[in-house]
Design a protein around this ligand. Structure first.
Ligand SMILES: C[S@@+](CC[C@H](N)C(=O)[O-])C[C@H]1O[C@@H](n2cnc3c(N)ncnc32)[C@H](O)[C@@H]1O
Length: 276
């Protein structure tokens, strides 16, 4: 434990957990209490608060509460990601889904990487689409969004460290990045293929703001939502998808008990949820 860690009392944890849940659908279970203590103590110290009770009061009533809510969300989200993570779905997109849409005459194709963290997921898609020569066959737009404004700014810059390339062949970095000491900067031609914005998947207006998509990737985020949060987001995606529409979730995520609207197609090394 850090020397300046501020202990969170049970009732404070429950109240803070509710505040975070109402904004983001992220559901902190009791066993993650330590995570809130560790991640937020520094912020409480910066604001000169001695207890979580004071911080909760600030979040609820201070004139800066909206800004502070963003700071809080940026501190508590888990942003783990890396290039070509859960690659089989990306390969399926490039070898089956996009060629199918193009063969059906689609000229403009929109892909949403929802909850894209620091950008490795949408940039991986852009790289694979380029490698497959599909940018010559259709206008393919990729949008990356995340609730955390810090990771969105990071993604826009496109500068990465070696952690983002774990498990990848040594040819990957030199082909798409220029290296300056420990930083790998993504080449401009890939960078310009992805547009980033801050976006909260549980905000009532998100669907209308984002518009219609042919393909949605939403991976490794629903896992931190409760059933209600998952349902809200999965239904919103259904409304955002064109017909046909393709939804890729994380390998360990399924929507069996959440929605029957999608047809599930198993392609061997993964699933895609179809709007038909
Ligand atoms: C573990 S990362 C997954 C990144 C990427 N999709 C992947 O699979 O590698 C989860 C991301 O979900 C984001 N997130 C959590 N709640 C969200 C919400 N309500 N709306 C949008 N993004 C959210 C977090 O900020 C985090 O960057």
């Amino acid at each position: 434990m850090l020397s300046n860690t501020i202990k969170i009392k049970d009732e404070e944890f429950l109240e803070l957990r509710d505040i975070i849940y109402k904004t983001s659908a992220i559901a902190f279970v009791e066993s993650k209490k330590y995570l809130l203590e560790n991640r937020l103590s520094k912020r409480l110290n910066e604001l000169n608060f001695k207890s979580f009770k004071d911080y909760i009061y600030y979040l609820k009533y201070d004139n800066n509460r909206r800004k502070e809510m963003d700071v809080l969300i940026n501190l508590v989200t888990i942003n783990e990601t890396y290039f070509l993570r859960e690659r089989p779905q990306m390969d399926h997109l490039v070898s089956k889904t996009l060629p199918e849409l193009i063969a059906a005459g689609k000229k403009n194709i929109r892909i949403w990487s929802a909850a894209c963290s620091t950008g490795e997921e949408p940039y991986s898609l852009a790289i694979l689409i380029k490698e497959a020569g599909l940018y010559n066959k259709a206008n393919i737009e990729i949008c990356g969004t995340d609730i955390n404004s810090d990771v969105v700014e990071f993604a826009k810059k496109g500068d990465y460290k070696s952690m983002s390339f774990r498990g990848l062949p040594p040819t990957f970095q030199p082909t798409y990045f220029s290296q300056n000491q420990l930083i790998f900067s993504l080449n401009a031609d890939i960078k310009q293929k992805v547009k980033f914005n801050v976006g909260n998947l549980t905000a009532p207006t998100i669907g209308a703001q984002m518009g219609k998509f042919d393909i949605i990737f939403c991976r490794n985020v629903l896992i931190s939502f409760d059933m209600d949060g998952k349902k809200k987001v999965i239904d919103m995606f259904y409304n955002c998808l064109n017909t046909p529409g393709y939804l890729y979730l994380g390998h360990s995520e399924n929507i069996n008990k959440i929605s029957t609207a999608y047809k599930v197609s198993n392609f061997g090394s993964g699933l895609v949820h179809l709007k038909q």
